[in-house]
Design a protein around this ligand. Structure first.
Ligand code: BGC
Length: 450
């Protein structure tokens, strides 16, 4: 038996987000969010489900933290629901909302678990959507206001901050593909939303530095390989475009202070209306960060398709791919490729894997066990490759499994389970899955036995 040993001090944790786990949507003055609204529209979410109760974390956070502690977690990544702090999106602060997160943070610290706090994981206050949501340039200022309150009130205890989670999804799935809240179908609006998110990100980073609170700040991007389906030149071009759409449009403004010119030209040629890129705003969004969060799930293959406007490509799996219950292939070598690329192409000096995990249909056995070997295998492959990547000289300081427990998986409702802890949504009982027991051992050994 060999051993795979991670560097001393490597941080192992698990991640969640507010709307996906909290429930308690009408409690303690929380304002409505775009996800409450989106879920209420028939057809948007599988089985008409919503986050009203979710994993009931709002009421059970103490037990949840105790379980994390028993599992040996060193860190926990969660997000703050903007509408608990500012029910109208701006203006009056809801002290009860502050209290909830303050208690959670204290509970974590008492358990020896370091909080990694995401400011925006998609649950925008509906009141701000009513003002145009992220397409409104003023949103950057509203985000600053929210960020400032969180940094002021929690920054004495929270030392790791993430401004935005997957701005690609929030902008393009929300405003163009309509698969997420607010559910629009307007490509130009999506580009504009992504731009304003980045201006907001820049304002919050600037405030954080000026606040003198100390600690680290970064952003979580879902960067994943887009490979040509065949050698045909149109597929090769399509893959480059898909990479520009998902990856380069998001990493380049942050790391290089500019948007990719080939994509600007392409979008313009298709009649997409682009924001007026302002020099000062590009400078703001490219301020140095302490880490880049990588959310990695899988690579995809890309085929040219003239039917799709404006992107002209479709995503397709290679024949015989091993897939999860969402039809996502398992592609751990792509994980390594992306981390190397982040370092070599963009000069990222510190990567935090802010999410990695997979969804499988789980079965609870008669003696209350969940033998999720497929998920365990997925995690093991990715953690082994992560180790190789570190050995090859890429600096990665932390790894977070998505997710701590089963939760409201956006438009898939409760059917898609990513947890390493099983949640029985009828009773709210938690059962640590086989993958969870295995992950605890990884943390304890700071590595793997192979
Ligand atoms: C998101 C999570 C989500 C996960 C699995 C990521 O894109 O950040 O909120 O649950 O993927 O779909």
């Amino acid at each position: 038996m060999g051993k795979i040993q991670f560097p001393e001090g490597f941080i192992w944790g698990c991640a969640t987000s507010s709307y996906q786990i909290e429930g308690g949507v009408h409690e303690d003055g929380r304002g409505e969010t775009i996800w409450d609204r989106y879920c209420s529209i028939p057809g948007n979410v599988a089985n008409g489900e919503n986050g009203d109760v979710a994993s009931d974390h709002f009421h059970r956070y103490r037990e949840d933290v105790a379980l994390m502690k028993r599992m040996g977690m060193k860190a926990y990544r969660f997000s703050i629901a903007w509408s608990r702090i500012l029910p109208a999106g701006y203006g009056e602060v809801n002290e009860k909302g502050i209290q909830f997160y303050s208690n959670l943070i204290d509970e974590l610290l008492a358990a020896g678990i370091e909080p990694y706090v995401t400011l925006y994981h998609w649950d925008l206050p509906q009141a701000l959507q009513d003002r145009g949501g992220w397409t409104n340039p003023q949103m950057a200022e509203y985000f600053l206001e929210f960020g400032r309150i969180c940094i002021d009130r929690f920054g004495d205890r929270v030392k790791k901050w993430i401004t935005l989670n997957e701005p690609y999804c929030a902008a393009f799935l929300g405003y163009y593909e309509g698969r997420q809240a607010p559910g629009y179908h307007d490509f130009s609006a999506a580009v504009s939303a992504a731009y304003h998110m980045y201006v907001g990100h820049g304002l919050v980073v600037k405030y954080f530095r000026e606040s003198g609170k100390g600690g680290e700040i970064g952003i979580a991007l879902n960067l994943m390989g887009r490979l040509p389906f065949s050698e045909k030149p149109e597929d090769v071009e399509a893959a480059k475009r898909a990479d520009g759409y998902l990856n380069r449009w998001f990493i380049e403004p942050i790391m290089l202070g500019k948007y990719p010119q080939d994509m600007i030209d392409f979008y313009t040629s298709q009649g997409v209306v682009l924001p007026k890129f302002q020099k000062e705003e590009l400078e703001l969004m490219s301020q140095p960060l302490d880490f880049i969060g990588l959310n990695y799930y899988n690579d995809f293959h890309v085929k040219y398709s003239e039917k799709v406007w404006p992107l002209q490509f479709v995503i397709e799996n290679l024949p015989h791919s091993v897939v999860n219950d969402r039809n996502w292939p398992v592609t751990e070598m792509g994980f390594k490729r992306m981390m190397k690329r982040m370092k070599e192409e963009y000069g990222v000096g510190n990567i935090v894997v802010t999410e990695n995990g997979t969804s499988f249909h789980d079965v609870v056995s008669g003696n209350y066990e969940v033998k999720d070997y497929a998920r365990l295998d997925y995690l093991e492959r990715h953690i082994r490759v992560l180790h190789e990547t570190i050995e090859e000289g890429v600096n990665v300081s932390a790894y977070f499994v998505w997710s701590f427990y089963d939760n409201f998986e956006w438009s898939f409702g409760y059917n898609s389970r990513f947890g390493i802890v099983y949640v029985d949504f009828k009773t709210q009982e938690r059962i640590v899955k086989e993958s969870g027991h295995w992950y605890s051992q990884v943390i304890e050994r700071n590595g793997l036995e192979v």
